[in-house]
Design a protein around this ligand. Structure first.
Ligand code: PBG
Length: 327
């Protein structure tokens, strides 16, 4: 009888040996919490399709972000839900717009205790719900860029540390970089939603932000999920245009892209664990069919293992509490 010379189980024997040899360790520092802020409400409103998530009122932002910072989460990304929409999304660059007000108040209070990122897109602000200016049913590219520039500058003026264009409009990173530099915001970073796919995993978000398109879909600007080479090209373009952080979205069904992009370009790489990825786990846990905490930790560790340096996730607060050992 021969015995195995190499026994992998030697380093799996006890919890401490496993702690010592663990390769990928998730920490609160990896997390970015996405926050919905709604104009014109006075109490947090639960989002039906995302149990545990809320639309926050502007006057509740400081309390909520202090809570987030105290959990050791380094960053939030803000999504505005405006009271008024129009054809061109003009409330997105209003000085007193929902994001601008919220960012000013949280920056005044928290200063550098939290990195404030803002999502830059038109879909929550337009009556048609598309991410660009629409003419005869077509989503126009270049006229949209000028609006995105105004939004970016207005977010930077309010105090945003990082702006994150998510509309998949060609040239958006370059246009925003130019506008920010021109306005003196050379130190404000851009996190580009570089490989953002036309995905079926955004449903609950669109309910949360009232941003579903009123006609058609987003496939003329967001990526086809069947095209990995195109995703690499999108990332390359965004890097050339001046992106500081690149993002893959969604995350779970796209781990191959996170891996390839991190390997190929080595830039800080973000992954967006999107709304339906959250809701699927919540719903299954509510049924009692899975152990929520264990599954969430496994999923987020896997996203990090694939190469993500940071993860946008609605689980951020719960995960930070688990990791801090408070729950
Ligand atoms: C807006 C935007 C979307 C998400 C983030 N920014 C939705 C969309 O493209 O319709 C989705 C995030 C999520 O599902 O959690 N462009």
């Amino acid at each position: 009888m021969t015995f195995p010379q190499i026994r992998m189980r030697r380093l799996r024997r006890t919890p401490k040996i496993r702690d010592l040899t663990r390769e990928v360790v998730l920490t609160p520092n990896d997390l970015i919490y996405p926050m919905f802020i709604e104009e014109g409400i006075s109490n947090p409103e639960p989002i039906h399709s995302m149990p545990g998530q809320f639309r926050f009122p502007i006057n509740g932002v400081v309390e909520e972000t202090e809570n987030i910072a105290s959990l050791g989460i380094p960053a939030v990304i803000i999504f505005g839900v405006p009271a008024k929409k129009d054809e061109t999304g003009s409330s997105a660059y209003n000085y007193d717009g929902v994001v601008q007000q919220a960012v000013r108040s949280m920056k005044e209070q928290l200063r550098d205790k939290l990195v404030v990122m803002t999502d830059i897109c038109l879909c929550q602000y337009t009556t048609h719900g598309h991410c660009g200016v629409v003419k005869n049913g077509e989503i126009l590219n270049d006229p949209t860029l000028e609006i995105l520039q105004k939004i970016a500058v207005s977010h930077a003026e309010a105090g945003a540390d990082v702006v994150a264009p998510s509309g998949m409009i060609d040239g958006q990173v370059q246009a925003i970089r130019k506008a920010l530099d021109h306005a003196g915001f050379t130190n404000i970073a851009i996190m580009a939603y570089s490989a953002k796919h036309a995905s079926n995993f955004y449903g609950p978000f669109r309910e949360a932000a009232y941003s579903a398109p009123s006609f058609g879909d987003r496939r003329s600007y967001q990526m086809d999920y069947a095209n990995p080479n195109e995703a690499l090209r999108e990332v390359k373009l965004d890097i050339e245009e001046g992106a500081d952080i690149v993002m893959v979205k969604p995350a779970l069904a796209y781990l191959d892209l996170i891996y390839r992009i991190k390997m190929k370009y080595g830039l800080p790489t973000a992954a967006y664990n999107v709304s339906a990825e959250y809701s699927m786990i919540k719903a299954t846990a509510e049924k009692g069919w899975i152990d929520e905490k264990a599954i969430v930790l496994e999923v987020l560790t896997a996203i990090k293992r694939a190469g993500a340096d940071m993860i946008l996730t609605y689980f951020a607060k719960e995960v930070a509490k688990w990791l801090l050992g408070n729950e």
